[in-house]
Design a binder for this molecule. Structure first.
Ligand code: WTA
Length: 705
């Protein structure tokens, strides 16, 4: 065996085999009305026109002062876009639409209970609500330009109102997904240094009015442990005047917004003119360590990028009713429920609840009722709706012109159901690949100009020039059939500016691997490492294979293995923990935890439950593992590293590869017998995995070296 063969193969060296899917062409009716219908747009955004091509996006906005430098690379890789420009994001999303569209709905909010009425918030009404809340933040909370405010809000209109109020003041908002635990929220409060928390008493989920305020108390306790004292908790009430939480309001700290805001009725707050590079918001995401990364997004570059991609890739026209069925607690919601659609002055639908409540016809009833023309969701939702209500869409009279899938790879079979049954063969589909860090789309077909191919996101979007590199920095050619690390060669306006408070980590994680010269101020030397494995077909289309780092994508949510493991280690009996991804028909991947106990402690169902409970407390319900396996020892390398790919292989009934070099090879059969024995008895044997899935599972954890 040569040294090369002995080294673990990286994602970059794995050959991938699959059948190429056939193209589907956009319906003629779509092409006739598309915002990007003229192929010359592809030329305008060609590399010869970079970076000035992005003027076309920035010109969709209203600037208080025009920029003098489109792209400043002098402090690479901390790119600065539209330098010298000034604008206000709230003004761009609200005020400027008033003269033409005052009475048009900015949001249509659909509460989960069907007995509650849909609420349309016009641009005028939004303007008033945002101003009043901005006045409250400024005068009661005394927040100032550049301060951070954390939100822990569900899918209610109060969330975009709070975001836009911060944007109006030049205050940086940091929304934590409502489904995250109080403790996860507390970590993010402390990391961002927020003195104010904005939350809600409760919200509906799957028919239940959930007590949400209780999480605020946990969040504050966690933040305090980390040295951060929160001064004020602003509590919106799901039903104003009626408190839905059992958690007591703390005197002098907790305030009902519906009470306080009466004092600010009718107040107007001048939008603060911000430099284009001022931070607009933080969005936390998981990565290779337990500490979440606060991705810092800019005002001008970000807003220009989401406005431009909403126009050309979402094909939003002012008269469309646009429904992005994601949570605003994730980047998709920030960019493609709030900022992009509102910058274009469209009507954006917000739905409070789960897709299948009270039955899997719900989304199609909403679409029919509101006349939704553009629909945007994730593969996990599509899979669930297909499983529970495969024939439901046909029962409703709605007609989409455009549909999006985002967040995970979509199986061609699921894509076909989306296209044929949900879209009724009338709608074009875009499969948009991107990340929290990116602000907006990176890979997608341009809907009227480039045909769709199930399972492939398409080429790089306008002004984005992707490349696949192998581990040795060689370009992996299109059509080579080999996978590698997908990178973006150039900066773009939507790219995040840094990881909040951790600039070295920003450079190290995203740029170090392929940087050609650390002293260079030429962007060509700084490819951006996305952290996904990908393959490029001969036609230039990319197929995304999944994360190459220690992240598990559960139902489109990024969970860091280190976060899961450190949560498990809060259980006193646990000595070691390892999280692995398991293929799941609905959620894409689910988590299984392996734990080894401290000496002398016997395995028990109680400890298993404690581990699952700790994960729910530290991260949230979405991270709850499907199983917790207590094992006598973890399979380890001679240097003591846990071999996650071996246990991942066992959990997925996949080949675990050569284990003879492990320090304790005998443990592998032992674990396999136990785990697979239980799984067989529970009927949890997965279908046979595709070669792509096997490659992902067996590559898992290789980044650990
Ligand atoms: C994955 C969500 C395949 C990918 C916007 C990426 C996708 C991670 C797609 C980012 C897609 C996202 N096809 N995989 N269309 N979109 N991903 O930060 O692994 O929550 O790195 O951003 O999701 O997830 P994030």
């Amino acid at each position: 065996m040569t040294a090369e063969q002995a080294a673990p193969a990286s994602a970059a060296q794995i050959a991938v085999h699959w059948r190429e899917e056939e193209y589907r062409h956009p319906p003629a009716r779509f092409i006739a009305q598309a915002n990007a219908g003229d192929p010359r747009i592809l030329e305008r955004f060609g590399e010869d026109h970079f970076p000035e091509c992005f003027k076309e996006y920035a010109d969709l906005l209203s600037w208080d002062a025009y920029w003098h430098t489109t792209l400043d690379t002098s402090n690479a890789p901390f790119w600065r876009w539209f330098v010298g420009g000034r604008l206000n994001a709230c003004y761009n999303c609200v005020d400027r639409h008033l003269p033409s569209s005052r009475n048009k709905a900015a949001f249509i909010w659909v509460p989960e209970p069907e007995t509650e009425r849909t609420e349309a918030v016009t641009y005028q009404e939004l303007y008033r609500r945002v101003n009043e809340f901005a006045a409250l933040l400024r005068d009661f909370c005394r927040v100032r330009v550049g301060d951070r405010v954390t939100f822990h809000l569900p899918m209610v209109p109060e969330l975009p109102v709070s975001m836009l109020a911060c944007a109006r003041l030049g205050v940086v908002h940091s929304e934590v997904f409502g489904g995250f635990s109080g403790s996860a929220c507390g970590d993010r409060i402390a990391d961002s240094g927020s003195h104010i928390l904005v939350t809600m008493d409760g919200y509906y989920r799957n028919g239940e009015l959930i007590d949400h305020k209780a999480k605020a108390d946990e969040a504050l306790a966690t933040a305090r442990k980390l040295g951060m004292e929160v001064d004020k908790v602003l509590v919106w009430r799901r039903h104003p005047g009626r408190y839905a939480s059992a958690s007591p309001m703390v005197d002098g700290r907790d305030y009902f917004v519906d009470d306080l805001i009466k004092e600010y009725r009718g107040l107007l707050v001048e939008p603060v003119s911000m430099p284009a590079e001022a931070p607009l918001f933080l969005m936390y995401t998981s990565g290779t360590t337990a500490r979440p990364k606060g991705c810092q997004h800019s005002t001008g570059g970000y807003l220009a990028y989401v406005a431009g991609t909403s126009k050309y890739y979402q094909d939003i026209h002012p008269e469309d009713t646009y429904w992005c069925f994601a949570d605003i607690g994730w980047i998709t919601g920030h960019s493609y429920i709030v900022y992009g659609p509102l910058a274009l002055g469209t009507t954006s639908v917000l739905y409070e609840g789960v897709p299948t409540y009270p039955d899997p016809g719900r989304p199609w009833r909403i679409a029919e009722r509101l006349g939704v023309t553009i629909f945007h969701t994730a593969p996990t939702t599509i899979r669930m709706l297909r499983k529970l209500g495969p024939d439901e869409p046909a029962k409703y009279d709605y007609h989409f012109k455009h549909m999006t899938t985002v967040g995970e790879p979509i199986e061609p079979d699921v894509w076909r159901w989306y296209y044929e049954v949900v879209g009724k063969r009338e709608a074009v589909i875009v499969d948009t690949w991107w990340q929290t860090e990116n602000g907006g789309f990176l890979g997608s077909t341009l809907p009227a100009l480039q045909p769709m191919k199930p399972g492939s996101c398409g080429p790089g979007v306008l002004g984005i020039y992707p490349v696949i590199y192998d581990e040795d920095r060689n370009v992996v050619e299109a059509g080579s059939g080999r996978a590698g690390n997908i990178c973006i060669r150039n900066p773009w306006p939507g790219i995040f500016q840094t990881i909040w408070g951790q600039p070295e980590r920003f450079v190290q994680l995203y740029y170090e691997k392929y940087c050609r010269n650390k002293d260079s101020t030429d962007w060509h030397d700084w490819p951006y490492l996305a952290g996904d494995g990908a393959v490029q077909a001969p036609d230039g289309y990319f197929r995304i294979l999944g994360r190459i780092d220690d992240v598990i994508n559960v139902a489109g949510h990024r969970l860091g293995t280190k976060e899961l493991e450190s949560a498990s280690l809060t259980v006193a009996e646990v000595a070691e923990a390892a999280a692995v991804p398991v293929v799941d028909e609905l959620r894409g991947r689910v988590v299984e935890m392996y734990v080894a106990l401290k000496p002398g402690i016997a395995a028990s169902a109680e400890i298993e439950a404690k581990v699952a409970g700790a994960i729910e407390t530290e991260i949230g319900k979405i991270a709850r593992p499907r199983s917790v396996w207590i094992v006598p020892d973890m399979p380890k390398t001679r240097s003591g590293k846990i071999m996650r790919r071996v246990i991942a292989g066992i959990s997925n009934f996949a080949d675990v590869g050569d284990v003879s070099t492990l320090a304790n090879p005998e443990i592998v059969d032992d674990i396999r017998h136990r785990v697979q024995g239980v799984k067989v008895s529970r009927g949890e044997v997965p279908r046979e995995l595709s070669s792509q899935e096997v490659e992902e599972i067996t590559a898992f954890g290789r980044a650990e070296g």
